[in-house]
Write a protein that binds this ligand. Structure first.
Ligand code: MN
Length: 485
């Protein structure tokens, strides 16, 4: 399991006794956090550091340890921050500065100067915070007694985000076909994506996949169909079309696994010898955490995989989505795609259906059709602004669709925008947000903010407080800042 180092700062002016107590206290804090987070990460306690040399050693160690995804630091006592400069300059892992104390309340009856000298994070953490700010380190500061559930929640968010960042650095994306002809927002700088997020985005000929599809055995297909029958309602007589998608699922899975690839794109404009556009196949793979982006949208494919990883230990759905059409009267967005929406969003038992596609000039593809879940969520889009990437994230409320849609042959989700429909849509468009997003009901804006901060990505957040005039000023200011950098 991945680990986060827990490092306590002190100095050697206080004598043996104090340092012994620092060790005991910091160990019990690290153990408490470790127990609370044991489902997602190991908290590895490190002996307190008291000198520049010790700090360099432990932070360089964190940078070099492939299993270490982040570092928590806390100043139990005063730890003069010039000692931290060289070590922090060597740190390449995300940093959380925990501003806490071993004690929650003051021991009014017994407090003396020994107690004061032992428990002085109130000023030790300020000294340490200054040097982080002076060095320009983007870190997360969490404040409060370490047993407070809110503090634990904040540390959990950090662990989830840093897990996703570590995952991102090893992510490979396969592009079957290129970006859809003439489409702007889905395109981007793949070299910069690799420099900034680690994504290795590579093109593969769809013919290579077709070759693998032809090798799928009847027995493998039979097994898949059995599985489909056990979890979905088969609402078609065209079993051959469903079998075709089963082959795609098996072959895609194999292709991606063989290449250690966690996300892919395809495009209906380049299907070579595929009989159908992958529908059911892409939906099923997405539900397993394989990132997907339609029409060659590699950024959304990668973001889908990264946010799925972040959300993995939470309740809720995370997957590719497209703003499709509106109900202006009820002020609702209908999110869907030609085919590819993850069944994680299903509120009803998915039906396997086969319908003509209308575009792409292929046979009618099998797909999963269902109504969407309800609840709070976040919609996230990544755009390439030319001189930097921008994340646009909106808080949304997924709602029950007002009426059945018996003729709509695709999975659909409906949601409300914040703070209201007009402002939410206007803000998204001013920010340059695209029609493809990753929607998650498992993550919230805090996760996206933290991911943006720790990866140095510009974020435009749209939520209940969004005001159009302020947002336009923010956009202008961010354009200016990006030009100065
Ligand atoms: Mn699309």
């Amino acid at each position: 399991m991945k680990k986060i180092y827990f490092i306590t700062g002190s100095q050697d002016l206080y004598g043996e006794e104090t340092l012994k107590q620092v060790a005991v206290n910091s160990k019990s804090i690290a153990d408490y956090i470790g127990e609370e987070l044991k489902d997602i990460v190991v908290i590895e306690w490190k002996p307190a550091v008291c000198s520049s040399e010790e700090i360099i050693q432990v932070l360089q160690g964190a940078s070099e340890d492939a299993d270490c995804i982040g570092v928590i630091t806390w100043m139990h006592t005063f730890s003069p921050a010039k000692m931290w400069i060289k070590g922090l300059q060597l740190l390449t892992k995300p940093l959380l500065h925990l501003h806490t104390q071993a004690n929650e309340r003051l021991p009014y009856d017994t407090i003396d100067m020994d107690f004061m000298n032992l428990n002085q994070s109130a000023h030790g953490d300020r000294e340490y915070g200054f040097i982080n700010t002076r060095l320009g380190i983007s870190r997360e500061v969490v404040v409060g007694y370490y047993k407070n559930p809110k503090v634990i929640d904040n540390i959990r968010n950090f662990a989830e985000v840093t897990r996703a960042i570590a995952f991102s650095k090893g992510l490979r994306v396969a592009m079957f076909g290129n970006n859809m002809r003439e489409v702007a927002v889905t395109d981007g700088d793949r070299v910069e994506s690799q420099i900034k997020y680690g994504w290795e985005v590579n093109y593969y000929a769809i013919g290579d996949l077709v070759e693998l599809i032809s090798q799928v055995t009847d027995k493998e297909v039979e097994e898949k169909i059995k599985e489909y029958r056990s979890i979905y309602e088969i609402a078609t007589d065209d079993i051959a079309a469903v079998e075709e998608q089963a082959k795609y699922e098996i072959a895609l899975d194999r292709f991606l696994t063989e290449r250690g690839t966690g996300a892919y794109t395809d495009t209906f404009q380049d299907l070579y010898n595929l009989k159908q556009l992958p529908g059911l196949a892409s939906q099923r793979l997405m539900a397993k955490g394989i990132g997907f982006g339609a029409e060659g949208d590699y950024k959304t494919a990668a973001l889908n995989a990264v946010l799925f990883e972040m959300a993995k230990h939470r309740q809720g759905a995370t997957g590719f989505m497209e703003d499709y059409t509106y109900d202006f009267a009820d002020e609702l967005v209908l999110g869907a795609h030609m085919l590819e929406i993850s069944p994680a969003f299903a509120a009803t038992k998915p039906k396997v259906e086969v319908h003509p596609l209308g575009i792409g000039d292929r046979e009618p593809p099998a797909r999963l059709v269902f109504d969407g879940v309800q609840g709070n969520g976040v919609a996230v889009c990544m755009t390439d602004m030319g001189n930097r990437f921008r994340l646009i994230a909106a808080e949304i409320e997924l709602v029950k669709q007002p009426k059945p849609m018996p003729n709509l042959p695709v999975a659909r989700v409906m949601w409300k925008l914040k703070p209201d429909f007009e402002t939410g849509a206007k803000a998204w468009i001013y920010a340059g947000g695209g029609h493809h997003t990753v929607v998650s009901t498992a993550l919230n804006m805090d996760h996206i903010r933290l991911f943006a901060k720790l990866t140095g990505t510009e974020l435009i957040a749209i939520d209940k407080n969004t005001d159009i005039m302020t947002l336009q000023d923010e956009l202008e200011m961010k354009n200016l800042l990006a030009r100065l950098r």
